[in-house]
Ligand binder design. Sequence first.
Ligand SMILES: [Zn+2]
Length: 250
Amino acid sequence: MRLQTIDGETTELRAAIAALPKRLAALETKLAAEKAAVEQAGKALKDEEALKRRFESDLKDQQQKIVKLRDQMSNVKTNEEYRAFQHEIEFAEAEIKKIEDSELESMERSEQLEQKRKAAENDLKDSIRAVEIEKEDARAESAEQKKKLEELTRRRAKERALVPEDLLRTYDRVSTSSRGTGIAYAQGQRCVGCHMGIRPQMWNQIRAGEVLVCESCGRLLYYDAAREPQPEPVAEKPKRGRKAPAAGVE
Ligand SMILES: [Zn+2]
């Protein structure tokens, strides 16, 4: 039973050891996602800057066009021509208004993107710090776990040396199967491992101190008198019989 306790602890410890790299990998994944968010915000900002430069150049084009039109307009001969130039100038001015509106919108977007990038950068900074702390903890935990595992391995070897060869073989076979444990105590004429009943003769042998194999699950069965429920003391029931007839009635 001591060996089984050690084996159970070892299994749990190995699972915890295996879980640690997964936990760290999950943190790294989160970090990568946050890095990507910072980069994405940065790229969107650059795109917005490029857009603004294009607006500026479009604006210049329209302004130059107006200067040229006004220049040409000074030489026109007819009212009709004059109106045509005026119309073109108005059109260019409307274009300028449109471009300026777009520029304003772009500036607003840039402002929001700048905030978004700053927030993403702060998240990333926090995460980097958290991951560093977590890694430091993990290293300490890992060292602790390694020490504990060594200790368990040492205790395990000691306990195994005390168990007879044939019992150990059965224990190893059953405990490494899907049953998970190799030994169970017998209680109330049942195997506590599989809850199946035990034949009376076996039950007697087990109670006499023999270690037998459960016919249902194959676990080693042993008896521990301390685990056997104590029989409830039978309470004296008050007799309900008729009262003795009073003497001298007849
Ligand atoms: Zn059983």
